[in-house]
Design a binder for this molecule. Structure first.
Ligand code: FEO
Length: 169
């Protein structure tokens, strides 16, 4: 594999684990606020991020590349209002989209079409992740200021269930 592509994928393993840690901190925040549905939503989000990391980890190994596991940074966002994690989540997903795009570009430059095909799933996934983040913000804007509506929204988010990624390596 091209050295740059391999290094970027290796960095992304770390960044996906960081994403998991960031989302777990959001779940942590909502648990502290008594909003177990919001917490559930972000706990599942954290699991999905671990899946993303492991898919990249496995892909690198499948291609004979070494993986280096680095320290995972401390989640650095400070949350005050109930909207703060939602806004931070969207900002973070947009950042992750830019990271995936950068790896995709490097793979294209290296004519590494196996990796571009692997990353196609992530390109699509990022579209979903950004949409989910935007939808949550819209719902909070609409319903967040009314306690009864917030209660119902919390119940809706409590119903989210985890399912393993559809990508098979
Ligand atoms: Fe791994 Fe939320 O993107």
């Amino acid at each position: 594999m091209n050295d740059k592509v391999s290094a970027l994928l290796n960095e992304q393993v770390n960044k996906e684990f960081y994403s998991a840690y960031l989302y777990l901190d959001m779940a942590n925040f909502y648990t502290g606020k008594g909003l177990d549905g919001f917490a559930n939503w972000y706990e599942i989000q954290a699991k999905e991020e671990q899946d993303h990391a492991m898919l990249m980890y496995q892909y690198l190994h499948n291609n004979g590349e070494k993986v280096t596991l680095e320290a995972i940074a401390k989640p650095d966002k400070v949350f005050g209002t109930l909207m703060d994690p939602l806004a931070a989540g969207l900002e973070h997903e947009r950042y992750v989209t830019s990271l995936i795009n950068t790896i995709y570009e490097a793979a294209q430059e290296a004519k590494d079409f196996r990796t571009t095909q692997f990353l196609d799933w992530f390109i699509k996934e990022q579209g979903e992740e950004e949409k989910n983040s935007m939808d949550l913000i819209t719902k909070m804007e609409l319903f967040g200021n009314d306690p009864r509506s917030l209660y119902l929204l919390n119940n809706e988010l409590a119903a989210r269930t985890y399912s393993a990624p559809s990508l098979v390596l």
